[in-house]
Ligand binder design. Structure first.
Ligand SMILES: NC(=O)c1ccc[n+]([C@@H]2O[C@H](COP(=O)([O-])OP(=O)(O)OC[C@H]3O[C@@H](n4cnc5c(N)ncnc54)[C@H](O)[C@@H]3O)[C@@H](O)[C@H]2O)c1
Length: 354
C-alpha cells in the first residue's frame, strides 16, 4: 500500500542537521579538555544556583535472562556565566547481563540542545564520557575531603569505572604507592592489576580475595561494583579512611549512619530516590538532610566544600563517606565542552534531519 497522502504533509522547512560524535570522536575531543576543571566548575555553578537540574526519569525492567535492566533520562542545564552555557540530556541505559555477552554493562547517548531554538544540535556516544565525569567527581571529592595525599587505595569492583578512575587518580594523587584491587570475578581484577603494573612501574598493585582484605590496607576505598544490597561491615573500615560509594550500593546502613562526615553531590536528588540506600535512610529519618547534633546527617555537598563554605578534616578514628549520586548537569557541561571542540575542529559527522 502506498501512502500517497504523506506527500502532502512534507513541508519545506530550512535544512537542519545534528552533529553525530562516535566514541572515538568524543575521546578525541575529551583529550583536549581539562575534564576535572570542567566538572568542578559545574559543581560550583550548581552550588550557586546557576544550573537547572530536573528530577531523573527512571525506567527499570527484568530482561529475558532475568537480569536487572534500566534506562535513566537525565536532563540538565548549566546557565551562562561569562562562558557559554550548556543545555542537554543524558540517556544512560544498562543491563547487568551485558558483560556475559561481551557488551559493556552501561551505554547511552548524550544530547546537546541549542539554548535559543531548543533544537537537538548534537548526539554523542556517552559510555566513556560518563565514566570520565564520574571519575572526575571522585577525584574532586578525594581532594576536597582532604585525601589528595592518599598513599594507599582499595578498588572494589574492577569494571569500566575502575579502569577510568584508576587512570585519572594515578595522575592526580602523586603519593599513591599501593593499590589493591578486588572483584568477584578474580581474573578481571588480576588482569587489570597486571595491565596497570606494566604502565605504572613505581606503584605496587595487588589483588585481594575479599573487600575486607582490600580495605584493611587502604586510606581510601572506592566502591565500583554493581551490588544491589550493602555488605560492607563497620569493622572492615580502617580508622581515618575515606570511602567513596560510587555504586551507591556497597555500604550497609550501619556504615552510612556511622560516618564521621558524609559528603554528597546533591541533597535533593538523594531525597527523591529512596530506592538507593542513602535516600531511603534520609526518608526514614535515620540520616538528616542537614547537619544536626542529635543524629547522623549529611555534612555538606561537594559544592559547599569547593566554595569554601565548609572545610573538611580528616578524622583520626572515624571515617568519611562520599556518596556521589551522579548529576546530569555534569555530563551536560562536558557535552557542551565536547561540542565546542568538535565544532572548532570539525570532528564528527553531520546527520541531516530535514
Ligand atoms: N554514582 C555515579 O555517578 C555513577 C555513575 C556511573 C556508574 N555508577 C555505578 O558504578 C558501578 C560500576 O559501574 P561499571 O560501569 O564499572 O560496571 P561494570 O559492570 O563494568 O563493573 C562492575 C564490576 O564489579 C564487579 N562486582 C560485582 N559485584 C561485586 C562484589 N560484590 N564484589 C566485588 N566486585 C563485584 C563485577 O564483577 C564487575 O567487574 C555501577 O554500580 C554503576 O551504577 C555510578
Amino acid at each position: 500500500m502506498e501512502n500517497l497522502w504523506l506527500a502532502d504533509v512534507l513541508a519545506r522547512p530550512a535544512p537542519e542537521s545534528v552533529r553525530f560524535l562516535s566514541r572515538a570522536d568524543v575521546v578525541e575531543c575529551l583529550a583536549g579538555i581539562d575534564v576535572v576543571a570542567a566538572v568542578k566548575d559545574a559543581l560550583v555553578s550548581h552550588h550557586f544556583g546557576r544550573t537547572i537540574l530536573p528530577s531523573e526519569a527512571y525506567l527499570s525492567w527484568t530482561n529475558r535472562h532475568g537480569a536487572y535492566s534500566r534506562s535513566i533520562g537525565m536532563p540538565g542545564a548549566v546557565l551562562e556565566n561569562g562562558t557559554e552555557g550548556a543545555y542537554g540530556m543524558k540517556i544512560i541505559n544498562a543491563s547487568v547481563s551485558n558483560p556475559e555477552f561481551g557488551l559493556e554493562r552501561a551505554g547511552g547517548l548524550g544530547l546537546c540542545f541549542d539554548p535559543r531554538t531548543a533544537r537537538v544540535t548534537a548526539v554523542m556516544e556517552v559510555g566513556v564520557l560518563s565514566a570520565v565525569r564520574t571519575a572526575a567527581v571522585t577525584a574532586i571529592a578525594v581532594e576536597a575531603a582532604g585525601y589528595r595525599a592518599t598513599r594507599s587505595l582499595a578498588v572494589v569492583g574492577c569494571g569500566t569505572q575502575a579502569r577510568v578512575h584508576l587512570a585519572l587518580l594515578l595522575t592526580r594523587c602523586p603519593d599513591l604507592g599501593r593499590i589493591t584491587l578486588c572483584d568477584v570475578r578474580g581474573p578481571v581484577a588480576e588482569s587489570l592489576a597486571a595491565e596497570l603494573a606494566a604502565r605504572h612501574p613505581g606503584v605496587s598493585f595487588s589483588v585481594a580475595a575479599t573487600p575486607a582484605e582490600a580495605m584493611a590496607g587502604a586510606e581510601t576505598a572506592l566502591f565500583l561494583t554493581t551490588v544491589a544490597e550493602g555488605y560492607v561491615q563497620p569493622e572492615w573500615v580502617r580508622p581515618g579512611s575515606l570511602l567513596v560509594n560510587v555504586s551507591l550500593g556497597d555500604l550497609t546502613d550501619e556504615v552510612l549512619t556511622g560516618a564521621s562526615a558524609l559528603f554528597v553531590d546533591d541533597v535533593q536528588l538523594i531525597v527523591e530516590n529512596p530506592r538507593r540506600p542513602l535516600g531511603r535512610l534520609v526518608n526514614e529519618g535515620r540520616i538528616a538532610a542537614k547537619v544536626r547534633e542529635d543524629r547522623p546527617s549529611i555534612t555538606a555537598t561537594l559544592g559547599e566544600l569547593l566554595a569554601g563554605d565548609i572545610v573538611a578534616e580528616r578524622p583520626d578514628t572515624g571515617y568519611v563517606v562520599v556518596n556521589p549520586f551522579g548529576l546530569g548537569i555534569l555530563d551536560v557541561a562536558l557535552f557542551g565542552a565536547v561540542l565546542r571542540r568538535a565544532s572548532g575542529a570539525d570532528i564528527g559527522q553531520a546527520l541531516e534531519l530535514v
